[in-house]
Design a protein around this ligand. Structure first.
Ligand code: GLC
Length: 427
């Protein structure tokens, strides 16, 4: 089972490669062949606590689709939300149908909250897929990830598709003023409370991170170079490794999972660690341990032998009851405990790479996603391992981001309103 455990040298090699890929993504001449796309987001200012107003937000891209109403009153935030299911059929059907469904959900939500006929409401759209943004409210989907594959959306501006669907209904008055990735929402929502937040990380269905970068290091930036001379970069690090550069850390299990996935050869880093795949990684490793006679007396049960039957949430549940399970199943604790570290290591490796690049003495890293939120040991393991991989003198702390995809969307919309109002006043 040694192939599942890498030494520190391998991880330092991965760090160097990730940094190289990130730099390639930021370069005007090199971005075309980059796998880590490093999209500039057009979000350049963080909240300062003075944000006010009522906003709608959409959250698409995790396990659930939600519509939210957020009311910002300085430090006080009120939120109401409703979850609307997205069927497998919608996830794989025509894009127009998906956007009609989304517009229908907005309409239903607005009726429920007496928001129809009260004037135009600004909306922030958290769309957690790789988008090349051409402005704060313009972004073309580069490719679907995480099990979505609706036709007619890749290459299109998703805000235009949303507005067209809203117009087709003609019963609501909503304007999408900001499009954002969930990582950006996560960062914004923590930055609202802690101004040293510069990184947002998601460890949920997928994994990704964004961070605040200096404009003079963003070769692909085509916006203005005025103040603030910074922009949040959506790294899309889930695609790290798609060019084969970290094949040396992939195991036969990683390769098998990729082979059986909806998008072979894509999102390879994401497939090592995120919630959509981690349960299956563990199931396959467990079967190997059983077959090698290491645990459960060589007996593979029918359930464990069923693909995708070991849900990622079991990891957290097992950890919480590990002592009891160990006794009942008479498994060797050492196999599971030593298996845990390599499972999560890709994340500290990539967080440390970002922090070393930012190179500030103390940075807060906002983190969200079910895997981080519900696992009893992720926080501590991540903190410990990330610190080990940091350059000397750098410090950080991980902060749980509370509902970034909703609150963050409202904050991006509110910050852009605040800046537009200030610019208008200065004219
Ligand atoms: C996938 C998406 C990315 C998102 C992440 C977490 O990697 O491509 O945009 O941020 O999942 O939801």
């Amino acid at each position: 089972m040694d192939e599942y455990i890498h030494d520190d040298d391998s991880y330092r090699r991965v760090q160097a490669l990730l940094l190289e890929e990130m730099e390639r993504g930021l370069g005007k001449e090199t971005v075309a062949e980059a796998t880590v796309k490093m999209f500039p987001t057009y979000v350049r200012s963080l909240p300062d606590g003075s944000e006010r107003g009522n906003f709608l937000a959409l959250d698409l891209g995790g396990t659930n689709f939600r519509v939210l109403l957020i009311s910002l009153k300085g430090e006080k935030v009120n939120m109401q939300n409703k979850i609307y299911p997205i069927s497998q059929e919608l996830m794989a059907g025509a894009g127009e149908k998906l956007f009609d469904h989304i517009a229908g959900c907005i309409s239903n939500f607005m009726m429920d909250h007496q928001l129809v006929g009260v004037g135009r409401i600004p909306l922030g759209f958290t769309f957690s897929f790789p988008c090349r943004q051409e402005g704060l409210a313009v972004g073309r989907l580069v490719r679907w990830t995480k099990g979505f594959h609706c036709q007619g959306v890749e290459g299109e501006d998703v805000v235009r598709l949303l507005h067209e669907a809203i117009r087709r209904r003609s019963d609501i008055d909503v304007e999408c003023v900001a499009l954002l990735n969930d990582t950006v929402g996560c960062l914004m929502s923590c930055a609202f409370l802690d101004h040293s937040t510069e990184v947002g990380v998601i460890l949920g269905t997928g994994t990704n991170a964004c961070y605040m970068e200096r404009l003079n290091r963003v070769g692909t930036w085509d916006g203005d170079h005025g103040q603030p001379d910074q922009v949040i970069i959506n790294t899309e690090w889930g695609a790290f490794g798609d060019n084969g550069c970290i094949d040396f850390v992939f195991t036969d299990v990683d390769r098998a999972i990729d082979h059986d996935s909806l998008n072979p050869g894509k999102q390879l880093f994401e497939k090592m660690i995120s919630g959509m795949y981690l349960g299956e990684v563990v199931r396959r490793v467990l079967i190997k341990c059983i077959n090698a006679g290491l645990i459960l007396s060589g007996q593979v049960t029918e359930e464990l032998d069923t693909p995708s039957r070991f849900y990622t949430k079991y990891l957290s549940e097992i950890e919480k009851t590990i002592a009891r399970i160990m006794t009942a199943a008479t498994c060797s604790t050492s196999a599971l405990w030593s298996a845990r570290e390599p499972l999560i290591l890709p994340l500290p490796v990539s967080i440390a790479t970002l922090l070393n690049r930012i190179d500030k003495p103390s940075v807060t890293v906002a983190v969200d996603g079910s895997l981080y939120r519900f696992h009893p040991h992720f926080h501590n393991l991540m903190t410990q391992k990330t610190q080990e991989l940091l350059n000397p003198g750098l410090k950080f702390h991980l902060m749980l981001s509370e509902d970034g995809s909703g609150k963050g969307a409202a904050l991006v919309a509110a910050v852009s309103n605040r800046i537009a109002a200030a610019a208008e006043a200065n004219k």
